[in-house]
Design a protein around this ligand. Sequence first.
Ligand SMILES: [Fe+2]
Length: 191
Amino acid sequence: MRERPNEDWDGEVPDARSLLGWPLPERRGSIPSLSWLVERLRDSRPDWGLLESFVEFDPARYVRKTLAKTRACELLLVCWGPGQGSLVHDHGGSSGVSLLVRGELRETRYAWAGDRLVPDVSVRAAEGDLLLEESDTIHRVLNTSRHGAVSLHLYAPPMEGMTPYDDQVASLKPPRPADVGAGRRRRPRAG
Ligand SMILES: [Fe+2]
C-alpha cells in the first residue's frame, strides 16, 4: 500500500529540547553539514514517553506530523502502519536524517537510467538505525512488517515540497542487496 501521508494534525507538542535533549538551531543556514545533523540525532535520546503520546496510526495512510520547525530545520514524526509506505520521492533540495525509534522499515533508493528511475539499492532498517536522506536522494520507504513503525526525521532546511516520481519508475523489481551498513548507522535502541 503506497499512500500519501495524513498530515491533518494540529495538536500541540513540547519543544524539541524536551523531545531530543537539545534545541533545534534557529537561524537559516546555521547547520554546518548533514553529518552535523546526523551526529546530533544519533546522540539524541528521544523521550519515548513524550513521543508515544503523539503516535497515531491511520489504517488508510501513513501519518506525518511536524513536531517542531525553525528557519534552520524541521523535526517530523512519521507513523507507518503495516504495509504502508511513501511514494518514490525526493526532498525538495533539503537533506536530512531519520531515526527509526520503533519497528522495521525498508528503504529502496532509485537511480536514473536515462529518463527512467530504476531500483538501485535496498536496506532494511531496524530500531535505532539511521537513514540518510541527502539532497539528491530519491527513495521510497515502506513498512513491510506486520507491526507499526515510528520514525523521527530531521531536515535542513525545512522541506518546501518534495517531488513524487512514481510515474518515472521503470521497475519495482527488488534491487540488488545493499552493502551492510550502507547509508545507515546502528545505534543503541532509542527511548
Ligand atoms: Fe524521504
